[in-house]
Design a protein around this ligand. Sequence first.
Ligand code: NAP
Length: 280
Amino acid sequence: MTKKVIVITGASSGIGLATAEWLAAKGHIVYGIARSKVVAKGVNAIQANVTDYEQLKLAYKEIFDIEGKIDVLINNAGMGIAGSVEATSLEDAHYLFNVNLMGVFYSVKAALPYMHKTAHPKIINLGSVAGRFSIPFQAFYSSSKAAVESLSDALDIELRPFGFQVCTVLPGDIKTGFTQNRRKNKDESSRYKRRVIRSLKVMENDEQNGIDVAFAGKVIGKLVLRRRMPLHKVIGFKYQVFLWLNKWLPSRFVHWIIDKLYGFSNLKAQRGDDSYAIKQ
Ligand SMILES: NC(=O)c1ccc[n+]([C@@H]2O[C@H](COP(=O)([O-])OP(=O)(O)OC[C@H]3O[C@@H](n4cnc5c(N)ncnc54)[C@H](OP(=O)(O)O)[C@@H]3O)[C@@H](O)[C@H]2O)c1
């Protein structure tokens, strides 16, 4: 077996860690990147922040100097914010896009010079089912993941002539620390408060009863080892059905279903208190 050199961002926990452990157990050379130190058997840890392009450039140079190649790049680092669009702080919205979208761009840009020197390189970016279904009170998260998928699709066309394969992985709800790490609007507008609380409750419950993270790691690990990767890979049969229905059902009807799923229909919109908006 030829050992692949695989770099995974966001490998200190959740899906990234599970993927790193699965691939290391198969005997591949795995480098895990995160702000905290990645602790996993057989995984080489590099501390870097995906919002810092210079740190990523140094990290990928170091890996290339040691290994002489980078076969696979998995851009997995990500985070979520929750709350109404109106009450989201400019700082939180910028931060989320810096991590989830610009982090992927920086990582790809920093790794490509080395990956061009490798035969049959692969890039896997973590999108989300939430990038296809815009989730209420997760608007920035959903839009960042839609943007990641769009970036990946364009990258695939740009890089295919050089022998690259690019895949977007779209997980459904996976049980990880993502739920606890999600930032919530500190100062939510009273107009939305009841619906935000209701939707967060549904969301957190779905995530914490979601797919086992080891399964997600194995699905991504197997993509790395496949000869040909699909352009998009949805994790979870239920979510494959949702996305198939989403393609064919009228958009208004899909919104009606989302409304039902989050239990909004029996909550009247509140007029709220304008002092919040005035304070901004
Ligand atoms: N869990 C789900 O239901 C689900 C569903 C769809 C998509 N996803 C996507 O899957 C990916 C992994 O999520 P997860 O569920 O495994 O979440 P998680 O357990 O919270 O893991 C997130 C990882 O990203 C790293 N990270 C966060 N910000 C970073 C930064 N600025 N620089 C470097 N690393 C950073 C974290 O490490 P440090 O904190 O140590 O930096 C951690 O290793 C994310 O892109 C997420 O959007 C998750």
